[in-house]
Design a protein around this ligand. Structure first.
Ligand SMILES: Cc1ncc(COP(=O)(O)O)c(C=O)c1O
Length: 388
């Protein structure tokens, strides 16, 4: 047995990201417009970076609260109060090292090896991969797709439930489709969870990027105190902080200590100076976030209109998140095509093969960028499409 073969089965089986092969191919290409990753093009604003830098220089470099400094948890409670009209206690919050780590902690809290978790697909790949590393099994419940529009069939979700099901991972607004659950969808899912005693891992990280105005419908609107819901969230997307790796969880106070223990044995907490930056994002970041939503909304219109204008793409403007998810007539091997698109017109797209059942023949493009770049990228794609 060589070194590789003697690793654990779970480690070996964890898949490489389906986007990475395309990124590695195109990363160094001059003039490339990268729309493949789930992030915007702006660095973190100074009003967030400065307090973090100052705290670092001031020596806030010691071990700190595992579940997050009280000021940050208070600011999170206030933020949730403002956004959802729900006043939650401080011990409903746990600060984490990214949204990804929040997901990992939620999985560890509710899933035993061999348990099944249902997720809506097409889906961002990391949940299923992280679940697999914890010995859980991901079960796909595909959305319906008609003429560019996605919808949830709650009966299909119900049909995926087996005696081994422990939880539903529910991402709305969705990466990659932009599909956003209606209040009726959320009620149907919550009723299913209640009926079968399932946990819901609610990934509502894109809730602010909702183009009908306001925020997206949330389980926060309909849940009771004794519902089994763990909300995973992140500072990454709202405040241009993807590289910071800071997120948070909202959960019933009765389980927060268990989640905090998980933080202890993974990272032992988020650096205190970074928490000071996160605090500034919550306290002073509303206006900045509005600029991001306005920017995303204009980019969405520009990009989607340009694609549909080719008459070779059928897509509808997504209701939420900041991705266009579209098919190009005549292309079925999206991984090979994504590489070809990099080579020929210098646009970086994520191939749909990365996004689980139902997404294979699509491409995903993140449009949270300067409008001139989005216009340029859409024009290059139109040229590519007309050359086919
Ligand atoms: C649906 C969804 N959930 C969670 C995350 C995790 O975000 P992060 O780990 O950057 O905080 C992402 C990032 O792309 C995402 O798209």
């Amino acid at each position: 047995m060589n070194q590789f073969e003697s690793l654990s089965r779970r480690a070996i089986q964890a898949p490489e990201s389906g986007i990475v092969a395309v990124v590695n191919h195109g990363r160094l290409k001059a003039g490339l417009i990268p729309l493949w990753a789930g992030e915007g093009d702006e660095k973190t604003p100074d009003f967030i970076a400065r307090p973090a830098a100052e705290a670092l220089l001031a020596g806030e470099t010691f071990y700190t609260w595992q579940r997050g400094i009280p000021e940050l948890r208070q600011a999170l409670a206030d933020y949730h109060g403002r956004l959802f009209g729900r006043q939650l206690p401080l011990d409903a919050f746990c600060v984490t090292g990214s949204g990804m780590q929040a997901i990992k902690i939620a999985i560890e809290a509710v899933v035993n090896p061999g348990d099944e978790v249902i997720q809506i697909t097409p889906a961002w790949p990391n949940f299923a991969a992280a679940l697999g590393m914890s010995g859980g099994i991901s079960v796909a419940a595909p959305l319906d797709y008609v003429e560019g529009s996605w919808s949830l069939d709650p009966d299909r979700l119900a049909a995926a439930i087996t005696p081994k099901t422990r939880a539903i991972f529910f991402n709305s607004p969705s990466n990659p489709t932009g599909w956003t659950a209606t209040p009726e969808d959320l009620t149907a899912v919550l009723e299913l969870a209640r009926k079968h005693g399932l946990w819901i891992i609610a990934d509502e990280i894109y809730t602010r990027f909702f183009y009908a105005g306001g925020r997206a419908p949330s389980f926060m609107d309909i849940m009771d105190e004794d519902d089994r819901i763990i909300f995973v969230n992140t500072f990454s997307k709202n405040w241009s902080m993807t590289g910071w790796r800071v997120g948070w969880i909202v959960a019933p106070p009765s389980i927060i200590q268990v989640l905090e223990n998980s933080v202890q044995y993974q990272t032992s907490g988020v650096p205190q100076f970074m928490q000071k930056g996160a605090l500034a994002a919550l306290e002073y970041g509303d206006a900045y976030l509005e600029t991001q939503i306005t920017k995303a909304s204009a980019a969405r219109d520009l990009f989607c209109d340009a694609l549909t204008g080719t008459n070779r793409v059928v897509t509808q403007k997504p209701d939420g998140a900041f991705y266009a998810f579209f098919r190009i007539d005549g292309i079925s091997d999206t991984k090979a095509a994504a590489i070809d698109i990099v080579d020929r017109v210098g646009v970086g797209l994520a191939p749909g093969t990365a996004f689980d059942k139902g997404g294979e023949t699509f491409f995903r493009a993140c449009f949270l960028r300067r409008l001139d770049h989005i216009e340029d990228a859409a024009g290059r794609l139109a040229d590519y499409i007309s050359s086919l």
